[in-house]
Design a protein around this ligand. Structure first.
Ligand code: NAD
Length: 434
């Protein structure tokens, strides 16, 4: 094969570089031809906007916003909107490509995208956040659309931002378009089960993986980094199923209790303290680094990228890592973990529960019909289990990690769809996914 290995970009912990290295490994397994390799490695579109916002003190602050559409091969692009001080174009580009692979691995008809605004939402008032979300939506109103590009919540955004986005987009179109965004409040057309969907998918992936590696989930010890939407729901649902959550953390630090954290208490505490666990007394205070190296059965990184790198991978003692966050493990850490025999369920599979239920929300909006919670849970659990089993059997068949297997499943699907669309494949009766 003649395509070149991607050159290192910026620094050794760039999420785009980690994504590209994994893409390259899977492309080599698949023997992708050069044309498809170059199409799939590139983003379709990258938009950068400046957003001047009136702040509550009367000043005007200019924020930089991004939307990257990685691919529309499988369908309209789908991906969250992140409000965080660390947002930059490379990060958003990597996250957009991960969305393409994620939708493909769980077999839903979406391409991948991601958006972000470099800002600190914790230091902004609700009205400043509303003005910022509306300005971002105005700047992107030609990009978004239920058949084009559909945003959703991510770090630093939630149902409020999605409601403002839906309202601003609908004003510009002169009609209510609730299918333009998912993760909305239920009253605006949000789906039951969406808020807990990613954490629920993490729970399903964890239980499936524990069964495969023959660890009894009952009383399995779990440490969760990040106690936002994904981490807190994953912790809560795993606790309900008998696991013992011995540590949780957020940006304020970690909290360890060998008898088990009372997750319900921690959620109430966080909700009553502006989203923070600071001074939570349900466990001994530890650092985020200490949490990552605890001797537990399961480690769930559910905060941001690069929590596990070549610098700390050797200290990890967990037997199973389930990636609630996107990109929590750097490419360099992969081989260290593999050598230690640690099984990692990769982000593009483990945290796909959110986009699965986002897809259900979009389907319900377009049907003008609401599903019951039972139907949402049943269908999303079943898609997660099926995707996990598919990736697991690829990894067994080729003796490769679950990560490489997941990339292979995803890239193969997108590549074959591309080939059908551009006419270089013709329909075969025995095509396994025909
Ligand atoms: P969130 O904003 O609700 O929570 C993020 C949590 O991480 C907070 O508890 C925050 O304090 C903590 N955190 C931030 N920086 C940290 C640090 N340096 N050390 C330790 N903790 C830190 O975000 P979320 O929606 O739960 O998303 C978390 C991760 O999951 C992100 O990588 C996101 O892309 C990914 N994800 C989210 C969804 C979703 O549906 N929300 C879906 C798929 C993937």
């Amino acid at each position: 094969m003649s395509y070149k290995e991607p050159a290192p970009i910026m620094h050794d912990k760039d999420p785009l570089e980690s994504m590209m290295k994994r893409f390259h490994i899977a492309a080599e397994y698949l023997n992708l031809d050069e044309e498809v390799y170059s199409v799939l490695k590139s983003s379709n579109k990258k938009i950068i906007v400046s957003l001047p916002i009136s702040m509550d003190d009367g000043s005007v602050k200019v924020f930089e916003g991004y939307r990257v559409i990685h691919s529309n091969i499988l369908g309209p692009s789908k991906g969250g909107l992140r409000f965080d001080p660390g947002v930059n174009l490379n990060e958003v580009t990597a996250l957009a490509a991960w969305m393409t692979w994620k939708c493909a691995v769980v077999d839903i008809p979406y391409g991948g995208a991601k958006g972000g605004v470099c800002c600190d939402p914790r230091s902004m008032s609700k009205s400043e956040l509303e003005r910022l979300t509306r300005a971002y939506t105005q700047a992107m109103h030609d990009v978004f659309g239920p058949d084009k590009d559909i945003p959703a919540p991510d770090v630093g955004t939630g149902p409020d931002q999605m409601a403002w986005l839906m309202d601003e987009y609908s004003r510009a179109r002169g009609t209510t378009v609730n299918a333009v965004v998912t993760g909305k409040p239920i009253i605006l057309g949000g789906s039951v089960g969406r808020i807990e969907a990613t954490g629920r998918g993490v729970m399903v992936a964890t239980l499936s993986a524990l069964t495969k590696i023959k660890i009894n989930p009952f009383n399995a010890t779990v440490a969760v980094q990040g106690f936002g939407n994904v981490g807190s729901w994953a912790a809560n649902l795993l606790k309900e199923r008998g696991c013992k959550i011995v540590a949780i953390s957020d940006i304020s630090g970690g909290y360890y209790n060998e008898k088990g954290i009372d997750v319900g208490n921690a959620i109430t505490y966080r909700n009553e303290h502006k989203g923070s666990l600071e001074k939570f007394d349900g466990g001994k205070k530890i650092s985020n680094e200490e949490l990552l190296s605890l001797d537990v059965d399961v480690l769930i990184p559910a905060a941001l990228e690069n929590a596990i790198t070549e610098k700390n991978a050797n200290q990890i003692k967990a037997r199973l890592i389930v990636e609630g966050a996107n990109g929590p493990t750097s490419h360099e850490a992969d081989s260290i973990l593999e050598k230690k025999g640690i099984v990692a369920v990769p982000d593009i599979l483990a945290n796909a529960g959110g986009v699965i239920v986002s897809y259900f929300e979009w389907v319900q909006n377009r049907l003008g019909f609401k599903w019951t919670k039972n139907r949402v849970y049943r269908r999303s659990d079943s898609i997660m289990k099926q995707a996990f089993n598919n990736v697991f059997s690829i990894s067994k068949k080729y003796k490769i990690s679950l990560r490489t297997a997941a990339y292979i499943a995803a890239i193969d699907k997108v590549a074959r769809t591309y080939k059908y669309r551009d006419g270089s494949f013709t329909f075969q009766k025995n095509d396994k996914n025909s």
